[in-house]
Design a binder for this molecule. Structure first.
Ligand code: DER
Length: 233
């Protein structure tokens, strides 16, 4: 099975938890895309009714609205019944790294407002510790983002951190849906206590939010060659 087929299997499994009448957080990325497609299919088949989608990015808003899913936002629906989204990494305690697609702020707001947050991944996303497979993104204000980047790198010097501003092919800074910059943190070793790491990051005034989703997942659905498993918290 290809990685995309595994992503689709995990996504379809998660959509089984969607019931008519729910307010559903719609994730961002190639795995969540399959969940959005599936919800639209079930709505069009009449198997699901009265769903309101809360998109976690402009990209997902565009996909969901083109598929006819009714959409709203947290201002109108401050509580979300179920959020479904992918992840870049899942550690043994079901802590996540998210945001390599640049949508971490809206994802964390919506998934933090959800009664249940179901994460959908293929088995390649398992890591021994946060940051083991690549960037841990941090959304920062554009004002002096190089200064914030350098502060972030210094905080995690003990873990061999290299901090880099995320840029587009032309070299200009990547901009999130909210018009902010992303600083990617690359760790050479485990940062240790994630909540302490989170607190240290949030103490920097230029930081808006980071991509460690600590203790937020209610369940993680993992699709692998040997089948699909649901890991509950
Ligand atoms: O950017 C994000 O947070 C995405 O959800 C990412 O974590 C997963 O993207 P993928 O499903 O395309 O791997």
């Amino acid at each position: 099975l290809s990685q995309d087929e595994l992503k689709k299997i995990a996504a379809y499994k998660a959509v089984e938890f969607v019931q008519s009448g729910m307010v559903v957080g719609l994730g961002t990325g190639s795995t969540a895309k399959h969940a959005v497609d599936r919800i639209a299919d079930l709505l069009n088949q009449g198997k699901l009714k009265d769903i309101v989608g809360i998109p976690t990015s402009k990209q997902t808003h565009q996909q969901a609205s083109s598929l006819g899913i009714p959409l709203s936002d947290l201002d109108t629906h401050p509580t979300v019944d179920l959020a479904i989204d992918g992840a870049d990494e899942v550690d043994p305690d079901l802590n996540l790294v998210k945001g390599r697609g640049g949508s971490l702020l809206r994802e964390k707001m919506i998934e933090g407002a959800a009664r249940k947050f179901v994460v959908i991944v293929d088995e390649s996303k398992w890591v021994p510790y946060v940051g083991a497979s690549g960037a841990m993104p941090v959304e920062v204000v554009p004002f002096c983002s190089k200064y914030t980047q350098d502060c972030l790198q210094k905080i995690f010097e003990y873990a061999g951190c290299v901090a880099e501003l995320r840029t587009l092919s032309g070299g200009q800074p990547f901009l999130t849906d909210n018009g902010n910059h992303i600083v990617n943190l690359f760790f050479k070793s485990d940062v240790g206590d994630l909540r302490a790491a989170s607190d240290a990051i949030h103490r920097l005034p230029g930081v808006i939010e980071h991509g460690m989703f600590i203790g937020m997942a209610t369940a993680v659905i993992v699709a692998g060659e040997s089948g699909v498993t649901v890991k509950n918290k």
